[in-house]
Each structure stands twice: as structure tokens, then as C-alpha cells.
Unconditional design. Sequence first.
Length: 367
Amino acid sequence: MSNPSLLILAGDGIGPEVMSQVQRVIGWFGDNRGLNFDVSEDLVGGAAYDKHGVPLHDDTMAKAQEVDAVLLGAVGGPKYDDLDFSVKPERGLLRLRKEMDLFANLRPAQCFDALSDFSSLKTELVAGLDIMIVRELTSGVYFGEPRGIFEEGNERVGINTQRYTESEIERGARAAFELAMKRDKRLCSMEKANVMESGILWRQVVTEVSKDYPEVELSHMYADNGAMQLVRAPKQFDVIYTDNLFGDILSDCAAMLTGSLGMLPSASLGAPMDNGRPKALYEPVHGSAPDIAGQGKANPCACVLSFAMALRYSFAEGGEADRLEAAVEKVLADGVRTGDLMQADGGTPVSTSEMGDALLAALDASL
Ligand code: NAD
């Protein structure tokens, strides 16, 4: 059987720096766990624009459709800020998400013990926190028509439309219930059924889907209350399923419960391919961090943890994903910190590659 395939799109700014550490980790799994991947690399974002005049070349898009998983670093940077909207680096990422039809965005908010005092909340509220937010990613108010800025009488009016079909709500709900089955079997669906028809439909469809998952305890919450509960008592949640707009906001809110942007992975999943694996794109939540790019300061953990998600969700290697996450946990517990994880009271930060060294040593120790 051939090896599973991975397309690496390191992108711009700190993207290539953090990705080079992930490449070492991928190599470690090949050398030590017999997990070999056919890895190919290509350009996205500003790097693709510099070479091809577009933020994602058609050939790269075609490759992304063929591989078992795509791993992306970050795109963007000040050099590209004045480009026309149609060729901005972010358009490359949006094209990937759209053409791969990645409808379920998984954003874990997990608090590593060693970082629990980094949270804006009290340590006891976040210690041991482990939430998964599933955000619908391809529909809703960011895509609905009509949209635009129109003249109405003697003034302008800005219009966006929240629109969801049953099937769009259902496929995301199934992804969320499947995840809940592998976790603590609790799912909280969030919408605004009190004031939005799309929310009423959302609640109805999620309730219908729940009949296929009798073991999962389903609850419903208005999204505004959800925001309050996330900062009041976040540990009450296991999996949260919500729409594109609410998910955008709630996942950022939940992310900050855990401390640093440099620690946050994500996965975007689509429909299963012929081999049963979902279409998948894994990427850290952070951007290209131009303020620290090229200085060896970036924290590679978010990108490494994104690869751990790939092991779990694309390659059914949950045990190896646990191993990698435990290595991150151990390194942090040993006090190894990149600059973003330093406390005001000092210590010496390690570089991006020294963090990579520590991760590999922790992986070695796990054997
Ligand atoms: P950012 O996430 O790049 O950086 C925000 C802050 O967090 C910066 O101070 C940065 O130094 C720090 N930071 C981020 N990741 C870090 C890491 N791994 N280690 C240490 N520190 C880290 O967000 P921004 O500054 O708003 O955006 C910069 C560029 O990135 C823009 O061009 C933006 O459009 C783009 N962006 C891209 C993505 C993506 O590729 N998915 C996401 C967000 C922003």
C-alpha cells in the first residue's frame, strides 16, 4: 500500500519557520513509528503571488484536491497589503477552503496545565479545559445573497444575508456528533432561534440528526448566552456546534481562554473522499506574524499540534496524536518556552528550532 500523502503549503512570514519544525516531527514519525508520508511542498499566499502572480496556482489547487491532507503555515504580510483584493494572500486560503468544500472547522480550546496561568480567566476555571468548537465554514452570512452596498433613497444600505439550507446544517451537525462520540458524548448547539428563522431551522435540524446519535447528550443554547458561559464556566462544554458567524466569534473567544495564539491548532474538514478520508486542511490559528518573522522567535507548537490533528482525523492515528500532544505538554511542563509564552518575571526564551529540538527529545523519551 502506498504511503498517505501530505501537501505542505508553508506560506509567508513565520509560516516556513514553524513548518520546518513540523517537517522534523513528520520525519521523526517515519524514523521511529513506521509512519511514512509522501510529502510534497508548494506555494500559497504572498509566496505564490511573487512567483505566479496569483495567491494559489491552479496546479497547487489540483494537488490539494488529490492529497490525503493539506498542512498550511500562514499567509499574508505588509508587503502584500496594497495588492488588489482578488490577489491578496488570504484569497489563496479562501480558495482552498471553498474548492475543497471544507464545511466543518474544528477549533479545539485545550488548556495545557503548564500554561493555565496564561489565561485571562482564573486558573481553576481553565485548568484541564478541553473544548472542541465545530464551526460551519462554507455558508451563512459570509456567503448568503443578496449582499452588497446599495443606494436606497438618498442613503446607502449595507446588506448581508444569513442563509442556511437543511443539508448544510445537517452535514456539519453529523461531523459534530461524530466528534462528540469520540469524546465526552456531549454536544451543545448554539444559534439565535429566539430572533432568527435560520436559528429555528438550525435547532430543528440538529435535533433531527441527534436521533441517529442517542448516546450523545444534546443541549441548545442561544449564542449570546454561549459567549457568556464560555467565560463564566467554560468546562461545562465538550463539543459546541455553531454557524459560520457565531463560530468565528465564539472560537476566538474560547481560544483566548487558553493563553497564546502560538498554541492553537485547527482543522477544516469536508466530505469523505473515495478512500474514506475526509478532505482536510490543517493549519495553526495564528497569522504570519510579520513583527517576528525571520527572527527565529516563532512558537511552532500550533503548527505541530495541527499535524497532531491530521494524525487523528485524517490518518486514524489517534494514539500517535496523543503521543505528540503529550510531547508538547511535557516540553511546556519542563519550562521550555518561546517568547510568546514567557511570563513577565523573566527566563530566557528558546528559539523556534530549539523548541523543535525539545519536542523531538520529548518524542524520543516517549518510546
Ligand atoms: P498574527 O496571528 O500574525 O499575529 C498576532 C500577534 O501574535 C503578533 O504579535 C505575533 O507576533 C504573535 N504570534 C502569532 N503567532 C505566533 C507564534 N506562532 N509564535 C509567537 N508569536 C506569535 O496576526 P496579525 O498580526 O493580525 O496578522 C499578520 C498577518 O497575518 C496579516 O497579513 C494577516 O492578514 C495574516 N493572517 C493570516 C492568517 C492565516 O494565514 N490563516 C490568520 C490571521 C492573520
